[in-house]
Structures are given as C-alpha cells and as structure tokens.
Design a protein around this ligand. Structure first.
Ligand SMILES: Cc1cc2nc3c(=O)[nH]c(=O)nc-3n(C[C@H](O)[C@H](O)[C@H](O)COP(=O)(O)OP(=O)(O)OC[C@H]3O[C@@H](n4cnc5c(N)ncnc54)[C@H](O)[C@@H]3O)c2cc1C
Length: 353
C-alpha cells in the first residue's frame, strides 16, 4: 500500500468542490446535463485553479461518461452511488510497455496480469476504468473497485518535470480477480469514435485554464513591479491575451461541434467533430507554448524563483501539454483537408497512425 505522505498532496487537490462534482452528471449517452459549454468552462476553471486538479477532474468526467454510455443499468446505478459517496472515477489506459495489462481466464474466472503507467490519482481514485487485452488482443474496459482489490501502486519512478501532484504512478494488477459485473462495454468500445479522439477537447480545456492562470499571474506581476507602462511588456501582454482568446474561441467551436453531434449523431457530424477537436487541441498546444515563452520573457529570472507561481505553472503546463499523438492529430487534419478537396487521401477521419 502507498504511504500516507505520498498521497496527501493529491488528496488535498482532488478535493473537488461540489459545483465541479455536479458537472459530472450526464445522460445515458454520456452527454453532460449542464451542457457542453458548461463542461468546457468547468474543466478550464479546474485547470486554472490547480493543474493537477484539472487533470483529475478531466479523468473523472471521462470515466463517469464512459460508464453512462457503455454501462449496464446496474453499473450506472453503482456509479451513481459511488459518485454520491464522493468516490472519484478516472481512466487508466496507458499501458506499461514492459508489462501490458491482460485479462486471463483462470479456473473458470478472470484474472488480471500486468499493469498501467500514467495512472493519475493512483492512491486517491476509487473507481478507475482500466483497459486490458483479452487473449485475442481485443481491448476491454474494466471498472475496478480499488478498495476491494490488492493493486500495487508504485510511485517510485514518478519524478516528472511538472504535474507532480497528479500522482500519475505505475499500478500493478497481477492476480487481481475480475468479475463479469466489472467488465464495461464490449471489446473495442473504449476507442470507439468520435468519443475517443473527440474527448481531447477536455484536456485542451484544462490546458487553456492553466494558460489563463499563467497569463493572469504575468499581468499581475508586471503591475506589481511597475512595468505595465513598458512598450515591450505591453506588447507581450497583448500577444498573450490574443493567444488566450484564440484558445477560448477554439474551445467554443469544439463544444459547438460536440453539440451538433449530440443533436444529430451521423457519420458527417462525427467526422466534423473529430476534425474540429484535432484542430482545437493543436491550436491550444501552440497557444500554450507561445504564452509560456512570453510569460517567461516578461517576468524574467526573478519571476522564475519560487514562491512566485511561474516556475511551477510553466513546468505543469509543459508536462500536461504532452498528450497522446499530437503529430497524428495534425496529420488527420491535413488528410481531411485533402479529402475534402477530392485530393489524394481517401476520406479516413478515424484513421490512426
Ligand atoms: C500529467 C499527465 C497525466 C496523465 N494521466 C494519464 C492517465 O490518468 N491515464 C492515462 O491513460 N494516461 C495518462 N497520461 C498519459 C497520456 O495520455 C499519454 O499517453 C502520454 O502523455 C503520452 O506520452 P508521450 O508524449 O511520451 O507519448 P508518445 O506517444 O511517445 O509521443 C511522443 C512524441 O512521439 C510522437 N509519436 C507518437 N507515436 C508515434 C509513432 N508511432 N511513431 C513516431 N512518433 C510517434 C508523438 O506525436 C509525439 O511527438 C498522462 C499524461 C500526463 C502528462
């Protein structure tokens, strides 16, 4: 079991306020009851408040929506009870490259072998959804009850550039018994589109929240130091402000594409949603890198000494910007452009590299 001191910071920042928790409520298609804009705004707020909190909240929403969309009535009811009693969900998909999570048949039952890396909130999240491979290679979601199983949480290699408080540890599940009521959805359901790739809008919203905090802190710092009149500083603040607004506009476009798909889930609205979200996450990454550069130049070396917030925010943002397969997202955007013009690439909106 993980030592208490190692999860204290995580527990503190995962103490989601009731307003954030309420935003997890969704219908049985996983559509947030508060609406897509409210979801995006909440993720942004969580990221601005604390980047690691934003990461945990993003995983919580993802997990709750997966159970709502793919779960049986019994699994949905159990999830409602879990949420009501304050348990957090999460999604641990990233496999341990040396020891992938597998589901093995054993004496008439099912057992897990292998583990997960990048398991955010390990030690604090009560109901992670993990993905494991059946013997035929197909991928199955499993809802785990961490309080009832003997998982081995290993924080020893978690020494990241930033996002330290997200506690994204390695977790081993060797020998954990799985019951049929723990299996969530059919094999392959986790990567079903447009939910899988379209979900990137959630992390783009958290990233935008962190950018917003960095921007606001930079403006305040320049004012405090009496540097608000300087033309270069003013120009950098203007560029940061424009970049932040750009990210905000793309989040709104992404939320609108989700709304259009929710209202009319067709192949066309799914393809449009994926294209828009791929563009949005690409823009938000660029925006964040641009704002980091300007914030660091503006506050200078003195500003990068803690307890000033800049060093921590920059580290967290640089780390959290590293999300899965950014090159593939850009490639899909380009391919969709050629396909729309009748060019060389056949329309393959769900293609992965
Ligand atoms: C703070 C934090 C918390 C996280 N929490 C979770 C969590 O709770 N659950 C979870 O499942 N995951 C989590 N992740 C993991 C995350 O979802 C990604 O899997 C991980 O960030 C990707 O790591 P990477 O950048 O090393 O990936 P890589 O895929 O190795 O990407 C690195 C670079 O290689 C490129 N690339 C990718 N594939 C190829 C290829 N085949 N050939 C050539 N180039 C390639 C990419 O475009 C990129 O430029 C978390 C990540 C962070 C940063």
């Amino acid at each position: 079991m993980i030592a208490e001191r190692e999860t204290t910071a995580a527990r503190r920042c995962y103490d989601l306020d009731p307003a954030l928790r309420a935003l997890a409520a969704c219908d049985d298609r996983g559509v947030p009851l508060a609406g897509r804009d409210a979801e995006t705004a909440a993720l942004r707020r969580a990221g601005a408040r604390n980047p690691s909190l934003g990461r945990i909240f993003e995983g919580h929403l993802n997990g709750v929506q997966l159970v709502a969309r793919c779960g049986t009535p019994e699994q949905r009811a159990a999830a409602s009870d879990d949420i009501a009693s304050g348990r957090l969900f999460g999604v641990w998909n990233t496999h341990d490259e040396d020891d992938r999570l597998r589901i093995e048949r054993h004496a008439g039952g099912l057992r897990l072998r292998g583990g997960k890396t990048w398991a955010s909130g390990a030690g604090s999240i009560g109901r992670p959804i993990v993905t494991g491979a059946w013997p035929d290679g197909s991928v199955q979601m499993i809802v785990l009850r961490m309080d009832e199983i003997a998982a081995r949480i290993d924080p020893s290699e978690w020494r990241p550039l930033g996002m330290h408080d997200s506690d994204s540890f390695r977790v081993g599940f060797d020998g954990v018994v799985v019951e049929s009521r723990d299996l969530l959805g059919a094999p392959g359901e986790y990567e079903r589109q447009p939910w899988f790739l379209g979900g990137a809008l959630r992390f783009a919203a958290v990233q935008t929240g962190i950018v917003e905090r960095l921007y606001a802190a930079s403006v305040a710092y320049l004012c405090e130091r009496g540097r608000a009149e300087d033309a270069f500083q003013t120009a950098r603040v203007a560029e940061m402000k424009i970049a932040l607004h750009t990210a905000g506009h793309w989040l709104a476009v992404g939320a609108a594409a989700w709304r259009a798909f929710d209202a009319e889930p067709t192949d066309a609205s799914a393809a449009e949603l994926l294209d828009v979200v791929d563009m949005a996450r690409t823009v938000v990454e660029r925006v964040a890198l641009d704002v980091i550069e300007r914030a660091v130049r503006s506050v200078g070396a003195r500003g990068l000494i803690e307890p000033a917030p800049f060093a921590g925010l920059v580290r967290d943002l640089q780390m959290y910007l590293r999300q899965p397969a950014p090159d593939a997202a850009l490639l899909r955007v380009g391919r969709a452009a050629f396909a729309a013009s009748g060019g060389p690439h056949p329309a393959a909106p769900f293609a992965r590299i």
